[in-house]
Design a binder for this molecule. Structure first.
Ligand code: DGJ
Length: 761
């Protein structure tokens, strides 16, 4: 890893073993983009990369040169108004009404490691050898606005992290009307764009389209990153797939409004922009004030999408997530939401916990409904004090009863929200986000507290702090169930209203930071009606996120598969729930529900007392199995093998770091009759290592399993009689692979009984 600067001091090459990122000061002193991709070597002068020719209808920069146009040159941080007609990375409104700016190179500095981003989540290093950072300082000579572009190259992986910082060194007030975290001009547009889109309960489905001339984008202007689109996209070569080929991933470490955009111009270059959505963004910079953009991360690979994802997984698992839980396997939990909804008493909760404990569950989570007058959706949010009618001994008493059972206790909050029927709202009706003279739209009868105001965040902090200080709470589920409307803050002047969305998110981060610092051993799980804020910003504070409110196993295969393109298994909250499923009414087998949920943090979302004795035994087996293998599930290397978006059967697998253990999850939605013979080609194994599959007597070499494949043929197909177990819809199997250690004993995986099948031979 290193950052090389040529003798002229105008060309910068950030590199590690996998990638090169090269940029150069242009003749007009703006920064030009030379190259991003697989590691290359270049000569001192690489101006020829930026060669332009005279084009009709072009506007040119220099009086005596009809070739040099910003329209045709690849830039580091494109601006509008000086001959570039693509969408800019920033737009600065000045007192005289002009929006034109030009950022000219002033100096650079290189620093070991990676600086923190004030008030914002970001990737980090644990020692200075892990990364190096280049800061390019530029300034607009007319306004005096300074722009610093930060580039961090990590020693390991094809990763480059970027952000931008503005400082108003001039004398007039300026308005940043857009300030993207990343601008990357690629020399051609021969890419497919993959976005991760959907809706509540069907989040992060990969959707692919060919880049075309014009603008293609996804984003959110809802105030949260959203169920609808994720702040992540991939550009891949059309021939690239999961296992080979070139791709670049773009991820924004942010939880609010965002824009991810690619603009293909007339000459087929592609400009990528990623950052806070410019719509409604207007940040006033008085003289000496600064603005810091969120961080954007780019990952390049020439080894396919699995490799791209694995690079993100490692980075986000080890150098974005923080704290006590970062490297620890996660407790197996039971959550009462789908078991009781709002209808519970303390004794009922303890009953659920007791059965869960008997089955081996480690953490009981009390969901919505324990505070204020919250017996339904219309009241109570904002009053974070236990309801004595429901919990006679308060949270402290309930937590004690749960701890006495030998379990940990967890609690649900929705800190950012208030119901009008609450003491907090009655006391401070002006604390919600609302526009003067306009009606307030609601979502689930709730209103958004104005977290851009410190006094509001302080008050919520006090209430949460009191509960966490008094009761033994080991886990918090932080929910957020509506998007922002009528965005306006009573605390800000008219010319700062464009700051509210971002200041709101800064307030959310501030509350997270205060709570996680004061209670470092509490495990936080973020949630926003399920996956409405599954983004890297949240992962900085909460290492796991409730992936989706859809807990149906078949639906979850798609949701978890799509989520895995950017986010690690250890970040996905996954639960086994009842059938018929509460979102889709589908009945799936209990083992299939677990076989999907194992690839996540794992837990239960039901009252285990309602299961039959046989099912309870099965649950005990599942929990024992997960305890044995959760290190591998949550921290192994994850491979997508077969997509549920393309096939009736799908598969994924995890492989241990030493490649001696692996678990394959195989799923089939609908059964079929007299099906073809099938094999699944595995990944990530050691070629010449012999493996046993599910403790079988035969050995199979890694090379065999990865090339000839693992036999997955269903022997009973078309012969349902006497083979019911093997012949059904919503079938799933786990294959546990262990490198043969010369031990001929029956493997312990068989002790889990119904969960596993013999490989069929
Ligand atoms: C939405 C969450 O996603 C659910 O799991 C549950 O916590 C409810 N909110 C509670 O209101």
């Amino acid at each position: 890893m290193g950052i090389a600067v040529n003798r002229a001091g105008d060309t910068f090459h950030l590199y590690n073993q996998e990638i090169s990122y090269i940029m150069k000061v242009l003749p007009n002193h703006q920064m030009g983009q030379i190259y991003f991709g697989k590691r290359i070597q270049i000569p001192e002068d690489c101006s020829y990369f930026l060669e332009t020719s005279s084009r009709p209808m072009s506007s040119c920069v220099f009086d005596t040169d009809n070739r040099f146009s910003m329209e045709h040159i690849r830039q580091e941080y494109g601006v509008f108004g000086t001959s570039d007609y693509r969408m800019p990375a920033t737009e600065v409104l000045q007192e005289n009404g002009s929006r034109i700016s030009e950022f000219c190179f002033r100096e650079y500095r290189i620093q070991a490691g990676k600086p923190k981003l004030p008030g914002l989540p970001a990737t980090y290093v644990e020692n200075e050898e892990e990364a190096e950072t280049l800061v390019i300082r530029l300034a607009d000579p007319v306004t005096g606005l300074e722009l610093e572009l930060f580039y961090t190259i990590f020693a390991a992986g094809g990763i480059l992290a970027r952000n931008a910082r503005f400082v108003n060194r001039g004398e007039q007030a300026l308005h940043l009307q857009s300030a993207m975290s990343l601008c990357l001009d690629l020399p051609d547009s021969g890419y497919d764009m993959i976005q991760f889109s959907g809706a509540w309960a069907r989040e992060r489905y990969p959707k692919t389209r060919r880049l075309e001339q014009g603008i293609q984008s996804v984003g959110s202007i809802r105030g949260n990153s959203s169920h609808n689109h994720n702040p992540f996209m991939i550009l891949k070569r059309p021939t690239a797939d999961e296992f080979q080929g070139e791709a670049i991933g773009f991820s924004l470490i942010y939880s609010g409004n965002f824009l991810a955009q690619v603009e293909v111009d007339t000459y087929d270059t592609a400009r990528v922009l990623l950052g806070i959505h410019p719509h409604c963004f207007d940040w006033k910079l008085d003289p000496s004030e600064e603005f810091q953009t969120p961080e954007a991360v780019m990952v390049y690979t020439d080894q396919g999408l699995n490799h791209l994802s694995q690079t993100f997984h490692r980075l986000y698992q080890k150098r974005l997530a923080r704290g006590y839980w970062r490297d620890r396997v996660r407790p197996i939990l039971i959550n009462n939401w789908e078991a009781t909804y709002f209808d519970f008493t303390e004794d009922k909760l303890v009953e659920i916990a007791e059965k869960a404990r008997e089955c081996g569950v480690e953490l009981f989570v009390l969901d919505d409904g324990w505070f204020g007058k919250r017996c339904g959706e219309q009241a109570g949010l904002g009053d974070w004090v236990a309801n004595p009618d429901r919990l006679k001994n308060g949270i402290t008493g309930l937590a004690r009863r749960i701890e006495d059972l030998g379990m940990k206790f967890g609690l649900w909050f929705e800190p950012e929200m208030v119901n009008k029927d609450s003491d907090l709202y009655r006391e401070h009706p002006d604390w919600i986000i609302q526009a003067p003279g306009r009606r307030n739209s609601h979502g689930r009868y709730q209103y958004v507290l104005d977290f851009s105001r410190k006094e509001v965040v302080d008050r919520i902090y006090e209430m949460m702090d009191k509960i966490l200080s008094e009761a033994k709470v080991s886990y918090i589920k932080w929910d957020m169930n509506r998007s922002i409307t009528e965005c306006y803050s009573a605390a800000l002047p008219p010319d700062r209203q464009g700051e509210v969305y971002h200041r709101y998110i800064l307030g959310v981060y501030d509350l997270y930071e205060r709570l996680t610092s004061k209670f470092p051993q509490v495990l936080f799980e973020s949630c926003a009606s399920g996956g409405g804020r599954f983004d890297p910003g949240m992962l900085y504070y909460a290492p796991q996120c409730w992936t989706s409110d859809d807990s149906d196993a078949v639906e979850r295969i798609k949701i978890q598969y799509g989520t895995s393109y950017c986010y690690p298994v250890s970040s996905m909250g996954t639960h086994v729930s009842v059938v018929p499923n509460h979102q889709i009414n589908r009945i799936t087998p209990l083992d299939t529900r677990a076989n999907v949920a194992y690839f996540g943090t794992f837990g239960y979302e039901l009252d285990l007392n309602t299961l039959t004795a046989d099912e309870q035994e099965e649950v005990k087996g599942q929990i024992a199995f997960m305890k044995q293998y959760r290190q591998l599930f949550q921290f192994g290397t994850f491979y997508r093998l077969q997509s549920p978006f393309e096939h009736n059967t799908s598969a994924w697998m995890v492989v241990s770091e030493d490649r001696k253990e692996a678990i394959v999850g195989w799923y089939r939605v609908l059964n079929g009759v007299n099906l073809p013979y099938t094999r699944l080609r595995l990944k990530g194994l050691t070629e010449d290592l012999p493996y046993r599959v599910n403790g079988g007597r035969d050995i199979h070499y890694g090379s065999e399993l990865m090339n000839a494949g693992l036999i997955t043929t269903d022997a009973s197909s078309g012969q349902a009689q006497g083979n019911e177990k093997m012949c059904r819809d919503f079938e799933s199997r786990l294959y546990i692979l262990k490198a043969d250690q010369g031990d001929k004993q029956e493997s312990d995986v068989f002790k889990t009984g119904k969960l596993l099948y013999n490989s069929i031979r």
